[in-house]
Design a protein around this ligand. Structure first.
Ligand SMILES: *[C@@H]1O[C@H](CO)[C@@H](O)[C@H](O)[C@H]1NC(C)=O
Ligand SMILES: *[C@@H]1O[C@H](CO)[C@@H](O)[C@H](O)[C@H]1NC(C)=O
Ligand SMILES: *[C@@H]1O[C@H](CO)[C@@H](O)[C@H](O)[C@H]1NC(C)=O
Ligand SMILES: *[C@@H]1O[C@H](CO)[C@@H](O)[C@H](O)[C@H]1NC(C)=O
Ligand SMILES: *[C@@H]1O[C@H](CO)[C@@H](O)[C@H](O)[C@H]1NC(C)=O
Ligand SMILES: *[C@@H]1O[C@H](CO)[C@@H](O)[C@H](O)[C@H]1NC(C)=O
Ligand SMILES: *[C@@H]1O[C@H](CO)[C@@H](O)[C@H](O)[C@H]1NC(C)=O
Ligand SMILES: *[C@@H]1O[C@H](CO)[C@@H](O)[C@H](O)[C@H]1NC(C)=O
Ligand SMILES: *[C@@H]1O[C@H](CO)[C@@H](O)[C@H](O)[C@H]1NC(C)=O
Ligand SMILES: *[C@@H]1O[C@H](CO)[C@@H](O)[C@H](O)[C@H]1NC(C)=O
Ligand SMILES: *[C@@H]1O[C@H](CO)[C@@H](O)[C@H](O)[C@H]1NC(C)=O
Ligand SMILES: *[C@@H]1O[C@H](CO)[C@@H](O)[C@H](O)[C@H]1NC(C)=O
Length: 788
């Protein structure tokens, strides 16, 4: 200690000699700086109004700020160099005292609930290299003072409520910037990159979902290290970049210009120069130019895009002409979205060369001809949407070879023939829509084997015969529409085992008989429609029946009720009617039958009319508001297909209690349960005793399919295949989720180690155009997949 004091005194004296000032302030600078850091941190803490996780509670307990949670110091100078408090639910305003942490190099407060403005004092953090305030609720404009932080390499302000223009000096002064994310704010004005301002190291430019106008600044072509250029969902316009812009960007990986107002050259008719200008970008993995109302044809040069291209999005344009055969040169494509265009001609059979395809959207076009049988060779295809075209011919039986198919939509075409019996081999399928075609024949009984099916729509076809009782095997069904066909016979008793069914539409058929009493067990049923059939007898009064809407029973003259509480306008059973029946034993039943047939025929016309208006109301510019969106809940998210222990399953189902039993079939029982994290699941327990070897085989097959499936991101099917005497399949229930969110999980976070693009619900469209944000989700899926 004595030596220290001596040295210090000597130093002070020495400094005094040189500066001619009092030694006291000089000595206090060194000491006060560390203290200044702690006092700045305490000022930051005191402006935090809520700290639910208590991460800041320990601050101040130790006098040494360097071991406070989230704080890191330089080991030599003991100055605070890093403050990282991510996703801690901290709220309040950001203290301007942070500007006093003059040695700070990393400030990361992303994913909290901070509000108010971004303090201009942050501009004094001259050593700062990384700044992330992403995913908070900051408002106001981006402080121009930030442009004094000349060493800044990483700047993330995405996912806030920042408004006003982007300060031009950000692009001009901060030439070291590698990463800029200002996505998902309400920034306006142009992208201010001047020709004299170089951003040689810019690698990620992420500005999607703002209100930016103007064109893509030509000087961006000097940023040849660019890997991500994400500009979708803005109001950008001008001509699509053609020669020069991307020629030098050999590292470009993601280019998204979707949902803007870009035009193509030559009076917006020629897409060739744009695609040609990208042929040098040999690393391009995803390209999105959807939603720009672009006319023109898809030029054959599209086949010369990077062979590594994984996603191509051209949906919501006015692209016409045929799908060029050259497209199938893109052998590594996983997602192709050409829906909502004016494409005509037939589907090129050569598309099947794209063997890695996982999602194929060709819906809402003018495609005609047959569905090429070669599509059956897509081994990885999970989603096939050919709806709303003019496709004819039969459903090719080869389709059942797409073993990984999860979603199949062939609705609103002119398909004929029967539903292939083998369709049930698509054992992973959870969405099947064949509605509004000209399909005939019976509903194959094998459909009951599709026990992962959640949506089945066969409405508005020419299907005949009876409803197979096997349908009761589709235990996870939530939506079932068989309306507007020519089905006869009764409703099978087994419908009662569809415990998750919410929507049941059998209207406009020739169905007869009672409504089975087993339907009182259908706990989830909310929207039934029995109208315009020949049903008769007493409507069950238990279960959810009293709550059914009045129009569920229209035009079923033979139905009656004994319960006054059923506000359905149904006739009362018994009473006067019964006497009449008794007196005129023969005439009345005949009259009733004739009457109900007449009503049924009128009803059928009414039904068809309704169906027509429904499909007519589907504009070119929007998705049908399908009944699939039950709610806006977040999708089930349980990381990467974890294994769930027998114990957790047992807990979830209350020890496989009888009360959690929601169905039983030949191969076992299905229980409903809630996992520890709140995920609602159906647990299918396969009983080795009753089925013997057969169970094992069928179970192995199911497990194999699940293991092979490449779509873990699409549907989380969780398996516990390993236990020798306990076999269960765990399937997520989508009671509160929506199917779309299941297919495109919103947890997509592309890139690791940086909080890059987030997927958020967009603000309501300003101009009524659909401005959606799916890119992040898609990219996220791919990234995760790459990591598998
Ligand atoms: C920040 O620094 C200024 C001057 O450098 C000082 O007046 C102020 O008290 C400091 N704030 C905190 C909270 O330490
Ligand atoms: C802070 O440092 C002291 C001693 O340097 C140590 O005993 C204590 O455990 C540290 N606290 C934390 C939270 O690391
Ligand atoms: C740009 O940087 C210079 C220092 O190089 C600084 O003086 C100037 O204020 C900065 N510009 C803006 C708009 O902050
Ligand atoms: C975002 O800012 C706008 C005005 O700039 C305001 O009307 C809106 O309420 C803010 N939204 C949130 C979530 O703070
Ligand atoms: C760009 O990056 C290189 C290599 O990391 C570096 O040497 C150079 O200084 C950076 N340029 C600017 C303007 O920061
Ligand atoms: C690229 O940078 C140079 C300066 O190095 C500049 O003269 C040129 O105008 C820039 N290019 C574009 C297209 O802005
Ligand atoms: C591709 O790069 C070469 C060499 O750098 C250049 O001459 C050519 O113009 C570029 N092509 C396009 C379409 O930009
Ligand atoms: C663009 O359209 C205008 C009229 O609409 C026409 O006069 C002009 O020649 C067209 N230009 C090209 C390049 O086709
Ligand atoms: C399109 O494919 C044909 C036949 O494979 C080929 O001759 C032609 O060069 C391709 N066009 C382009 C632009 O790549
Ligand atoms: C494309 O896929 C092939 C295999 O079909 C593979 O060998 C090749 O490396 C892939 N190319 C890129 C750029 O990913
Ligand atoms: C493709 O476009 C359709 C619009 O028809 C949209 O619903 C779907 O989400 C898009 N899918 C992807 C992966 O981009
Ligand atoms: C800052 O936060 C982002 C996520 O928001 C993270 O990816 C990044 O690694 C963080 N940086 C540091 C230095 O902690």
């Amino acid at each position: 200690p004595t030596t220290k004091v001596l040295v210090s005194t000597f130093l002070s004296f020495f400094l005094f000699l040189f500066h001619g000032a009092s030694p006291a302030p000089v000595a206090s600078v060194g000491a006060a700086s560390e203290e200044g850091d702690s006092s700045a941190l305490l000022a930051f803490k005191s402006a935090v109004s809520d700290d639910p996780k208590g991460v800041l509670a320990g601050w101040g307990a130790s006098p040494d700020a360097c071991n406070w949670t989230g704080v890191a110091c330089d080991p030599v100078t003991r100055r605070v160099v890093q403050l990282v408090l991510r996703e801690q639910k901290l709220s309040g305003e950001l203290s301007s005292a942070l500007g006093n942490l003059s040695h700070l190099r990393v400030l990361n407060l992303s994913g909290n609930l901070f509000a108010g403005s971004v303090p201009p004092e942050l501009g004094s953090l001259s050593r700062l290299k990384q700044l992330s305030l992403a995913d908070n609720q900051f408002q106001g404009s981006i402080p121009v003072e930030l442009t004094r932080v000349l060493n800044l390499e990483y700047l993330n302000l995405g996912g806030n409520n920042l408004s006003g223009p982007i300060p031009a000096a950000i692009f001009c002064n901060l030439s070291a910037l590698q990463y800029i994310d200002m996505s998902s704010n309400i920034l306006d004005g142009e992208i201010p990159i001047r020709p004299d301002c170089l951003l040689p190291n810019l690698t990620f430019l992420v500005l999607w979902s703002n209100n930016l106008v103007g064109g893509i600044p030509p000087s961006l072509s000097n940023s040849t290290k660019l890997r991500w250029l994400l500009l979708e969902s803005n109001f950008l316009g001008g001509e699509l970049p053609s020669d020069g812009m991307f020629g030098g960007m050999r590292s470009l990986e993601l280019l998204y210009l979707s949902f803007n107002y870009f035009r193509s050259p030559r009076n917006n008719t020629d897409l060739q120069p744009f695609f040609a200008s990208l042929t040098n970008c040999t690393g391009l993995r995803e390209l999105g130019v959807a939603g720009n109302d672009l006319p023109g044809t898809i030029p054959p040069v599209v086949g010369r895009l990077s062979p590594g291209l994984r996603q191509l999005h051209l949906e919501f344009n006015s692209i016409f002409g045929p799908i060029p055969a050259n497209l199938s040169d893109l052998a590594n494509l996983t997602t192709l979205n050409l829906s909502h265009n004016l494409l005509n001609g037939s589907i090129p059979p050569g598309l099947s060369r794209m063997q890695r395809l996982e999602r194929l959207h060709l819906s809402n076009n003018l495609l005609s001809g047959d569905i090429p049988p070669s599509l059956g060779s897509f081994q990885r295809l999970g989603l096939l949407d050919l709806s709303q075209n003019q496709l004819a011919g039969a459903i090719p039986p080869s389709i059942v070879q797409c073993v990984n198919l999860l979603k199949l939509d062939l609705s609103h075409n002119m398909l004929r023939g029967v539903i292939p019996v083998g369709l049930s081999e698509l054992s992973a399928l959870f969405y099947l829509n064949l509605s509004s075609n000209l399909l005939s024949g019976a509903i194959p009984a094998t459909i009951g084997e599709m026990d992962k099916l959640q949506v089945l729509n066969l409405s508005s076809n020419r299907l005949s015969g009876t409803i197979p009782p096997e349908l009761g095997g589709c235990v996870t069904l939530e939506y079932l529409d068989l309306s507007a066909n020519a089905l006869v016979g009764g409703l099978p008793e087994t419908l009662g085992s569809l415990q998750f069914l919410q929507v049941l539409d059998v209207s406009c058929n020739g169905l007869t008989g009672d409504l089975p009493r087993s339907m009182e067990n259908m706990a989830s049923l909310r929207l039934p429609n029995f109208s315009y059939n020949g049903f008769s007898g007493e409507v069950p009064s238990g279960g959810a029946f009293p709550g059914f809407p009045a129009d569920a029973f229209l035009g079923d003259a033979g139905l009656c009720t004994r319960t006054a509480s059923m506000a359905s306008g149904l006739a009362r059973c018994g009473g006067a009617k019964r006497r009449v029946l008794h007196n005129r034993r023969v005439v009345v039943p005949v009259a009733v039958t004739v009457a109900s047939f007449t009503v049924a025929i009128i009803g059928l016309a009414a039904c068809r009319a309704v169906a027509r208006t429904a499909s007519a109301s589907v504009g070119r510019d929007g998705r049908r508001s399908t009944l699939l969106s039950y709610g806006g809940d977040e999708p089930i998210e349980r990381g990467d297909h974890p294994r769930i222990s027998h114990r957790e399953l047992s807990e979830a189902t209350g020890g496989f209690e009888q009360s959690s039993l929601i169905g039983a079939g030949r191969f076992g029982r299905v229980h409903e349960g809630t996992l520890r994290d709140g995920t609602r699941v159906a647990v299918k327990v396969l009983d080795p005793k009753t089925g013997g070897g057969e169970v094992s085989r069928s179970f192995k097959r199911e497990c194999d399919v699940l293991r092979r499936t490449r779509h873990r991101n699409l549907v989380r099917v969780v398996t516990t295949c390993s236990q020798p005497d306990f076999h269960a399949l765990v399937l997520p229930l989508m009671t509160n989720g929506s199917l779309e969110s299941r297919i495109y999980p919103r947890d997509g976070r592309p890139g690791r180690g940086m909080d890059l693009a987030r997927v958020r619900t967009r603000r309501p469209p300003v101009d009524g155009r659909r401005r959606v944000q799916l890119r992040g989700a898609a990219a996220g899926a791919d990234h995760r997949e790459a990591a598998d």
